[in-house]
Write a protein that binds this ligand. Structure first.
Ligand code: AHR
Length: 504
């Protein structure tokens, strides 16, 4: 079987915003406690942060991390996490039916972000709280000094403001599961008022208003239209979330889900345009896809705790999906979609980063390791920076419940002009056939293959564990060649690959 791709230097989609490779950390399960923070761990630094996790996160070159939630933020009092640790209150977290010790708060998280070299994306609580909470938190985080909240920050040990630019106006406010859930009109008004107040403090803030929690919400897509009608002039991004699942164990169908993602993005992009026209606005609003990942493996196991049958445990194992090889393909397809929609998706956050539906897993007192999905995220984040190419791909396909024709070969391409490189990320969705793929490189001059990484596995359900950390891992490929301006690469059945070309 064959597929062909045309890549032309002048046919581009957009400069990719680096923040499309962002991540998310919530006070949920063992994401924070035993995830990033474990003072008794042998690798812990002076702040109690796990060094082995820092290393794995640094390698990913994560540009931005969203915090502190998620559903958690909608009943969170950020003041609980500041000041002397031994005076911080223990609170009940209603979202996940657990206890929150508040041993980690904004100071500890900010220090950790500095250590791993990432920016903060902070969420304010628009569930149980509102404008006042948002303006106080903002003043605490960003004001240099000489006011009540900024002086309190200084007293608590941080002289310089953190100058966080990116703020989320609540989380999933369309969801009835959310503390303080609202209808679109109510939320739209509150978000607009909050945004106005925050911008009175600093006009240059980048604000993210809540869109839908997923595409099957009964309020979708009216939610986006109504919320944007209230907030269009006051915000920069509308947030979308989507989780992917293979519940009926149908891999071809599962891998077709990226079509649904594409439709979701397309629908919201159209709604943004509709409101822009209606408002006769000159500004643009973009999409912040600030929660995405595969999430279903742990659902059954979590019921006990979420139903409240285990009391209020502190940092129990929750949402600990153990990812398999087919999830590598799904994550590769999701990232390809974001690269191809980099004209409208300017921020995206894999949800989450450590232990909770995450590419990184840890054992208390033990090792930290890369789950299977770590690798496609790593390749895209490290090598997918630059300009997205408008590729023309011809590939045979198959029918799924999501689309009449799902191409077997899915590919995205990135041109990094500064480095003089091209990076292609390729997924073969075919169950049994190798697909000989030709990529015609037009207008780029000469090129040489400098890196070729391949992920395949005979068992779609293979996973990485503490004792078998490299069961699913990339290996160097040697079959990608360039001759007469054409890159040829064979894509084995059910495979993920990255091919990098040095130009000149
Ligand atoms: O990431 C897990 C949860 O998924 C988040 O808390 C919530 O925003 C979403 O429903």
């Amino acid at each position: 079987m064959k597929a062909s791709v045309v890549a032309h230097k002048d046919f581009t989609i957009s400069k990719i915003d680096d923040r499309v490779y962002g991540a998310f950390l919530e006070h949920l399960g063992r994401a924070i406690y035993e995830g990033i923070y474990e003072p008794d761990h042998p690798t812990a630094d002076k702040d109690g942060m796990r060094g082995d996790v820092v290393k794995l996160v640094k390698d990913l070159n994560v540009p931005v991390v969203r915090y502190p939630g998620g559903n958690f933020v909608s009943a969170y009092n950020w003041e609980d996490g500041i000041g002397p640790r031994d005076q911080r209150p223990v609170r009940l977290d209603l979202a996940w039916h657990t206890s929150e010790s508040n041993a980690v708060g904004i100071h500890e998280f900010a220090d950790w972000c500095a250590t791993v070299g990432t920016e903060m994306m902070l969420a304010v609580n628009l569930g149980s709280r509102g404008v006042d909470d948002a303006r106080n938190f903002l003043e605490y985080v960003n004001h240099p000094g000489g006011s009540y909240w900024s002086d309190l920050r200084i007293k608590n040990g941080r002289k310089e403001p953190w100058n966080v630019k990116l703020w989320c106006l609540g989380n999933e406010m369309d969801g009835p599961w959310q503390v303080g859930h609202k209808d679109a009109d109510e939320y739209g008004k509150l978000a607009a008022n909050t945004a106005r107040a925050m911008r009175m403090f600093d006009k240059s803030l980048e604000l993210v208003v809540c869109g839908s929690s997923h595409m099957d919400m009964p309020s979708f897509p009216d939610w986006e239209r109504i919320v944007l009608e209230h907030t269009y002039e006051h915000v920069d991004h509308i947030s979308l979330h989507m989780y992917f699942a293979n519940r009926d164990d149908n891999t071809p169908n599962y891998l077709g889900l990226s079509h649904k993602l594409d439709r979701y993005i397309e629908t919201v992009a159209s709604t943004i345009k509709q409101v822009k026209v209606k408002k006769k606005s000159k500004k643009d609003v973009y999409i912040s896809f600030d929660e995405w990942n595969v999430w279903y493996h742990s659902n059954k196991k979590d019921r006990e705790i979420l139903d409240g049958n285990s009391g209020w445990p502190h940092a129990p194992g929750l949402l600990e999906d153990i990812y398999n090889f087919e999830d590598v393909l799904m994550v590769g397809l999701i990232l390809n979609t974001f690269i191809r929609r980099s004209d409208v998706v300017k921020i995206a956050c894999i949800a989450q980063l450590v232990n909770v539906i995450a590419p990184i897993m840890t054992e208390k007192g033990g090792p930290a390791w890369a789950q299977t999905i770590y690798y496609p995220y790593f390749f895209a984040s490290v090598f997918g920076r630059g300009t997205a190419l408008q590729l023309v791909t011809s590939s045979p396909g198959y029918e799924t419940t999501h689309a009449a024709d799902t191409p077997f070969v899915d590919v995205s391409g990135v041109h990094n002009e500064e480095e003089g490189t091209l990076s292609f990320f390729l997924v073969n969705r075919h169950t049994s056939e190798t697909i000989e793929t030709e990529v015609s490189l037009q207008g780029f001059g000469n090129g040489t293959v400098i890196d070729h990484q391949v992920m395949t596995h005979p068992d779609l359900k293979a996973v990485n564990t503490a004792s078998k950390q490299q069961e699913v891992a990339p290996r160097k490929g040697d079959g990608a060649k360039i001759a007469n301006g054409t890159l040829t690469v064979a894509l084995p059945p059910y495979s993920y690959q990255m091919v990098r070309v040095k130009l000149g």
